[in-house]
Design a protein around this ligand. Structure first.
Ligand code: PMP
Ligand code: PLP
Length: 478
C-alpha cells in the first residue's frame, strides 16, 4: 500500500517536556509481548480470570443503516449481543472476556484497527509512520498533550476565542496563552506569523511558543471553519516557526450543507468524502500534527472514547502516558463501539451515519438561522452562518448600548444583556467566557448560541426572547 512508500515523520525530541522524556515503558505491560509465545503459561501479570466477571452477555439495539432515526430504530433496529467467550467459540473477533480484562494502553486491537482504517479512508496521512491510539475523549487527550509538550511557564498559541475547558486544562499547569486573531475563517496566519516573528522573550518571560492548539472545523465558540487554503497557510507558518500543531476536531463530521445555496447534499459516499475539508493531518508532510478525534459529537459523549493520530514517536509517548493514567477506554465502550461500527455498519454504514449527521445538523442550523433572521434586531446584531459544528456566534455592537455613553465597561454591558436574556428565559453563553488571553482588551462583543441542544421550536423561542432582551437593553422599538 501507498503508506509504505511515503516518507517518515520528522522527530520532535526538542519539543517534548521533561515529563514526557522521563517516562519509561511500564514493566508489566512490556511483559505482555511474551504472551504470544506458544505454550506460555503466564503467572506474570495480575490479570483476573474472566470467570470472576459477573457479565455473561451484553446486548445493544442499534440502527440498521441507512434507517437511522430514533423512530426507525425502534421499529427496525437490530439487537446485537456480545458473549463472554465469542472469540474462542468462533462467533466474533471480540468478546467480553477480552474487553473486560486489562489490555494495552493504545486500546484493544479490534478497535484500533477500525479507527486506523477509518483514518486512512478520510485523511490519507502523507507520511508513513503514523499511528492511532484510543483515548477517553479529547478532554483527556488535550490534558495529556499539554503534559507531553509543555513545561510550566510555556506559552502556547490558540485562537483568541477558545473552548473554555481547553483553557482551563492549561491554566493550572502554568501554561500561558498567546492569542491569535481570527476572522470568519478562524485563525489568521498573518497575525500568527507576526506574533511569532516579533516574539520578545524578555518581555514575555518565556521562549517562543512551539505548540498550536486549534479547532479548524466549527470552532468552539465562534463556529468558524478554516477553508482548505487557510489550513495550508496556517501550516506554512507553523513550518516556518517550527510549531507543532494540535487539531482538536470533535466537529469535523458536523460540516454542513452551504447555507441557502440550494445545492443538493452529497448523493454518494464518494461525493461525501470529496466535500469534506482536508484536515491538517491530510496535509501533514512533516508529521507535525497531532489529531484529536472523538466519538462524542457523532455517536455520544458518554462513550468516553476517541483516538489520536500522530507520528510513531509522538503516539508512543501518549501510550506510555496512558499506561500510568487512564489506560484504555472502558471495555464495555470499546466492545459496544466495535459491535456497532465494525460488525453491524462497517465503514460504509458508518459513512452513511456521518452523512445522516451532516443533514441533521444542517436542518438544526437552518432552524436557528431562520429564527435569527425573524427575531433579532438587525441594528444591533450580526452573524455569519456557520458551515460546521453546533454554534452560532452573534456579534453585538456594544458601543451602541446606552450604558456605553455613561461609561459602563464591556463586562458590565455584556452582563446586562446576558441577564436581560436570562430574565426572559433564554440562556446564551457570553463571549468573554471564551477569551483565551484575559489580558487582551476586547473591542468586540459576542454571544454564543448552540443549535445542538434544544428542540427546534424551543430553540426558536429562545432566540425570540434573546431578541426581546436586546431590544429592551438597547432601547429599540419592537
Ligand atoms: N493499584 C494497585 C495496588 C493495583 O494492584 C492495581 C491493579 N493491579 C491498580 C491500582 C490499577 O487499578 P485500576 O485497574 O483500577 O486502574
Ligand atoms: N474539544 C472541543 C473543541 C470541544 O468543543 C469539546 C466538547 O465540548 C471537547 C473537546 C470535549 O471532547 P470529549 O467529549 O471528546 O472529551
Amino acid at each position: 500500500p501507498a503508506c509504505f512508500t511515503r516518507p517518515k515523520a520528522k522527530r520532535w525530541d526538542h519539543h517534548l517536556s521533561l515529563e514526557a522524556k522521563s517516562r519509561k515503558p511500564s514493566s508489566l505491560k512490556g511483559a505482555a509481548k511474551f504472551l504470544s509465545r506458544p505454550g506460555m503459561i503466564s503467572l506474570g501479570g495480575g490479570l483476573p480470570s474472566s470467570e470472576t466477571f459477573p457479565f455473561e452477555e451484553m446486548s445493544i439495539k442499534v440502527p440498521r443503516a441507512p434507517k437511522f432515526s430514533e423512530a426507525e430504530t425502534h421499529v427496525s433496529g437490530t439487537t446485537i449481543t456480545a458473549g463472554k467467550h465469542d472469540i474462542k467459540e468462533g462467533k466474533s473477533l471480540f468478546d467480553l472476556e477480552v474487553a473486560l480484562n486489562y489490555g494495552q494502553s493504545v486500546g484493544f486491537a479490534q478497535m484500533v484497527r477500525f479507527v486506523t482504517e477509518h483514518t486512512e479512508i478520510i485523511h490519507e496521512p502523507p507520511y508513513s509512520d503514523w499511528y492511532c491510539c484510543l483515548t477517553v475523549g479529547n478532554t483527556m487527550a488535550w490534558d495529556a498533550t499539554l503534559r507531553i509538550f509543555c513545561e510550566r511557564g510555556d506559552y502556547i498559541l490558540t485562537e483568541e476565542y477558545a473552548f473554555a475547558s481547553a483553557l482551563e486544562t492549561a491554566a493550572p499547569l502554568g501554561i500561558r496563552i498567546a492569542a491569535v486573531k481570527m476572522d470568519e475563517q478562524g485563525l489568521l496566519p498573518e497575525d500568527m506569523d507576526e506574533l511569532l516573528s516579533n516574539w520578545d522573550e524578555k518581555a514575555r518571560g518565556a521562549a517562543k511558543p512551539h505548540l498550536l492548539y486549534t479547532v479548524p472545523s466549527g470552532q468552539n465558540p465562534t463556529g468558524a471553519t478554516q477553508s482548505a487554503q487557510r489550513r495550508q497557510e496556517v501550516y506554512k507558518v507553523c513550518q516556518r516557526h517550527d510549531i507543532f500543531i494540535v487539531e482538536d476536531e470533535p466537529y469535523y463530521f458536523l460540516q454542513m450543507e452551504p447555507y441557502k445555496a440550494g445545492v443538493p447534499p452529497p448523493s454518494s459516499r464518494e461525493e461525501f468524502l470529496k466535500v469534506l475539508l482536508p484536515s491538517f493531518l491530510k496535509i501533514d508532510v512533516d508529521g507535525r500534527v497531532l489529531r484529536l478525534e472523538s466519538f462524542s459529537k457523532v455517536l455520544s459523549p458518554g462513550t468516553r472514547t476517541g483516538w489520536i493520530v500522530g507520528s510513531e514517536q509522538i503516539v508512543e509517548r501518549f501510550a506510555r502516558h496512558f499506561e500510568s493514567s487512564n489506560q484504555n477506554p472502558s471495555g464495555f465502550s470499546q466492545l459496544a463501539l466495535f459491535k456497532l461500527l465494525d460488525e453491524e455498519w462497517g465503514h460504509a454504514g458508518y459513512l452513511d451515519w456521518l452523512m445522516h449527521m451532516r443533514l441533521y445538523y444542517t436542518h438544526r442550523r437552518d432552524a436557528l438561522l431562520e429564527a435569527c433572521e425573524k427575531y433579532l434586531p438587525r441594528e444591533v446584531t450580526s452573524w455569519v452562518p456557520p458551515s460546521a459544528g453546533m454554534f452560532q456566534w452573534i456579534e453585538v455592537p456594544w458601543k451602541k448600548h446606552p450604558g456605553y455613553a455613561q461609561g459602563k465597561s464591556h463586562a458590565e454591558i455584556e452582563e446586562a444583556i446576558f441577564l436581560a436574556s436570562v430574565d426572559r428565559g433564554a440562556l446564551l453563553s457570553r463571549g468573554s467566557w471564551f477569551r483565551s488571553d484575559k489580558h487582551m482588551a476586547e473591542d468586540k462583543m459576542f454571544f454564543r448560541a448552540t443549535f445542538a441542544a434544544a428542540p427546534t421550536d424551543k430553540m426558536q423561542e429562545a432566540i425570540k426572547r434573546f431578541g426581546d432582551a436586546l431590544r429592551a437593553e438597547f432601547g429599540l422599538k419592537d
